[in-house]
Write a protein that binds this ligand. Structure first.
Ligand code: P53
Length: 473
């Protein structure tokens, strides 16, 4: 019983949050490079404040991040020491196509990931590759308006064809778009969208989402053609919505909010727009430009597995006077039964099991948990070690819940990669001090620090969890 023998234990990162080297070896500029730390960040990532270049007076953490571009051998070696079976990372689109619309890829970028994958292979680590993790070449935003433009599908197709061809035999597991539903909350990160004044934002977001959904189906088609062994997954920012009370209006609202997120995965996994979405779009006066070829493509090339991130459950009510949590891109009502992290993210291990059941009931395909973890402030002690018992406890409880989902509910789970297995830049806030890792990186919010890597207490704990295939928690 318990987890399958080939269960893929590991950790996850995203290119722009760890690589740095933003202009090295021909890399082009991307949206994620020009999002600074600070008060304006949220307006920028949500497309309300336009920033398409570096501006004076701001600090851009992604420029250097933890400089994994130059440390990946050392970092992967540490992952291997923990016993990782898989490592989830993302490709920086602009390393491969610096502007996005070139016809030929940048060899130096391709060579970088090839060597990274070979390093993984050396340790028996299976790469799990996110093709786009919130990144979009700046040139494609300036020239074409990002994913609002259908031409993006062509550029994305070129990218994926290049990747599937070059890395055939090295990479088997792929995710097309990170947290595809995040386009609703952070459309600049999710789709390179910056809104013009007076623009119908909903119309633009859903049209851009449609282009991504078609691009995702096309990628699935091409991946399977190039190598039938390829496994393609979609990726959802998950976390069930709970009604605050049993008032039928609250229950109904929770269901509506869940629909809002599941819409994307419904298309990627079932192959068509669900009835509730068609009706909601119609009511909202949103018209999607959808060709017959789109419809066929979506129908014929659905994903092989469902991956998702889970940090927290969410609560909704129609009562507007109740207290909201702080610091969430997904605004949530306070759940009186839960504690929250220092950033206001409510901690709900059982919610992971609930979420897994909801997703598995809905799609009946293997699941993969590709993000989960606790963002916290870590303080090294006199010996330089971070004793992160709070992180161990968060992860232990979540792993227990996922184990129950496997053992007691019968869910087919391929693997688990905790978020930010090595400390990296926060996507939401741009901070370094919001840390998730088993490995501490000496770098602060202002960019000071030696970049030295140090094992935290959780490092040995996770090693033991993996060695016992999740029995010894
Ligand atoms: P940070 C918000 C809510 C849920 C997931 O987030 C989110 C976000 C964005 O902040 O994104 C995922 O770094 C994302 C990662 C991100 C991670 O969650 O804000 O896929 O890139 O780092 C954690 O603490």
């Amino acid at each position: 019983m318990g987890f399958r023998q080939d269960f893929l234990w590991g950790g996850a990162t995203a290119a722009n949050q760890c690589e740095g080297a933003y202009n090295t070896d021909g890399r082009g500029l991307a949206n994620v490079d020009v999002v600074p730390i600070g008060n304006e960040r949220f307006d920028i990532i949500s497309g309300k404040r336009k920033m398409l270049d570096f501006e004076d007076g701001y600090f851009y953490p992604a420029k250097k991040a933890i400089d994994m571009y130059h440390h990946y051998k050392e970092d992967i070696k540490l992952f291997a020491e923990m016993g990782f079976k898989t490592y989830r990372l993302s490709i920086a689109w602009t390393r491969i196509f610096p502007n996005g619309d070139e016809l030929e890829p940048n060899e130096k970028g391709l060579a970088f990931y090839e060597d990274l994958f070979k390093t993984c292979q050396q340790y028996g680590i299976e790469p799990l590759v996110t093709i786009t993790h919130f990144d979009c070449p700046i040139h494609l935003i300036k020239e074409y308006g990002g994913w609002r433009n259908r031409k993006m599908i062509v550029f994305y197709e070129r990218l994926v064809r290049t990747l599937f061809t070059r890395y055939k035999g090295l990479v088997k597991y792929w995710l097309t778009f990170n947290e595809i539903n995040m386009i609703l909350h952070a459309p600049f990160m999710g789709a390179g969208l910056v809104f013009e004044q007076g623009e119908n934002e909903q119309q633009t977001k859903y049209q851009a989402a449609h282009h991504e959904l078609v691009a995702s189906a096309l990628a699935t088609k091409i991946a399977h053609e190039i190598d039938p062994d390829n496994m393609i997954g979609c990726m959802l920012a998950a976390g069930e919505y709970y009604p605050l009370t049993p008032k039928p209006e609250d229950v109904f609202l929770a269901q509506q909010k869940n629909h809002e997120n599941y819409f994307f995965i419904d298309v990627q996994s079932r192959g068509e727009y669900p009835a509730y979405a068609l009706k909601a779009l119609e009511r909202g006066g949103i018209e999607i430009d959808m060709t017959e070829e789109d419809v066929t493509l979506l129908k014929q090339h659905t994903v092989d597995f469902i991956s998702f991130s889970y940090y927290s459950s969410r609560v909704v009510t129609t009562d507007e006077s109740v207290e909201k949590t702080a610091g969430n891109i997904f605004k949530s009502v306070k759940n009186p039964y839960l504690e929250a992290s220092e950033w206001g993210w409510q901690i709900d291990p059982l919610g992971l099991r609930t979420t897994m059941n909801a997703i598995y009931d809905r799609y009946q395909k293997p699941l993969f948990i590709v993000e989960n973890g606790l963002g916290a402030i870590d303080m090294p002690d006199e010996s330089g070690c971070v004793k992160d018992d709070y992180r161990i406890s968060y992860l232990r409880e979540h792993i227990k819940a996922m184990k129950d989902a496997v053992e007691l509910d019968g869910i087919d789970l391929l693997g688990y990669t905790s978020w930010g297995c090595i400390d990296l830049v926060s996507a939401g806030t741009g901070e370094m001090k919001k840390r998730y890792g088993f490995i501490y990186v000496d770098r602060d919010n202002d960019g000071n620090g030696s970049l030295k890597r140090t094992k935290k207490k959780s490092f040995d704990w996770y090693k033991k969890v993996i060695a016992s295939n999740g029995e010894d928690l």
